[in-house]
Design a protein around this ligand. Structure first.
Ligand code: G3H
Ligand code: PYR
Length: 213
């Protein structure tokens, strides 16, 4: 799958909802109820970070939840990409990008949303054929002002800013012409997951899904 087709697939996913939840699953038992709660609230695209031992099993379980579009986050290597694909991930997200990761996702037909935080990184990914990018870490890298500035010379790149995005500032990003959606962990807080507050998470998802863009 060429990078151009990967970016097309990633953009389609980004357009499904204003927010992609960035999820850290510590307890496999949380995976299915969490996915159900987020989908019920209107957030079907879910990024499960490969940061915990049960992340791949969580992806496997969540991929079976009706309406869920489950991808892997923190995909750093060809090995991660292969594991994510085997677990049923339909897309991969990375904080940056490397030639090895790009080659693996291209070979395996796994749409990659690669991270970039500077004009040179964006230009390098555009050169490789990627037009849908993650802007990471969005807040520390300059926030909405930085993205707006990148949009001047590089309007062909569309972003999913992630890192320091919240309900309070999401609209500042979503109102930009070069932003398709935002990513954030605020819709799946560890405390609410530990408490099994799935109704509360559905409410957070509803608020996020209603954000204008
Ligand atoms: O590494 C962080 C993830 O990209 C999510 O960031 P966040 O917790 O600020 O939403
Ligand atoms: C932070 C990030 O980009 C990721 O975990 O994929």
């Amino acid at each position: 799958m060429t990078p151009a087709l990967q970016s097309h697939a990633a953009l389609t996913l980004c357009k499904l909802a204003p927010v992609i939840p960035v999820i850290v699953v510590d307890d496999l038992d949380h995976a299915v109820p969490l996915a159900e709660a987020l989908v019920a609230g209107g957030l079907p695209v879910l990024e499960v970070t490969l940061r915990t031992p049960c992340a791949l099993d969580a992806i496997r379980a969540m991929a079976a939840v009706p309406g869920a579009r489950v991808g892997a986050g923190t995909v750093l290597s060809a090995h991660d990409a292969a594991n994510a694909k085997a677990a049923g991930a339909t897309f991969a997200v990375s904080p940056g990008a490397t030639p090895a990761l790009i080659a693996a996702c291209t070979a395996q037909g796994l749409p990659l949303l690669p991270g970039a935080a500077s004009a040179s990184e964006v230009m390098t990914l555009l050169e490789r054929g990627y037009r849908t990018l993650k802007f990471f870490p969005a807040g520390p890298a300059g926030g909405p002002a930085m993205l707006k500035a990148l949009g001047g010379p590089l309007p062909q790149a569309t972003f999913c800013p992630t890192g320091g995005v919240s309900l309070a500032n999401a609209t500042d990003y979503l109102s930009l012409a070069n932003v398709a959606c935002v990513g954030g962990s605020w819709v799946a807080p560890a405390k609410m997951m530990a408490a099994g507050d799935w109704a509360g998470i559905t409410e957070l998802a509803r608020e996020a899904a209603a954000l204008p863009r």
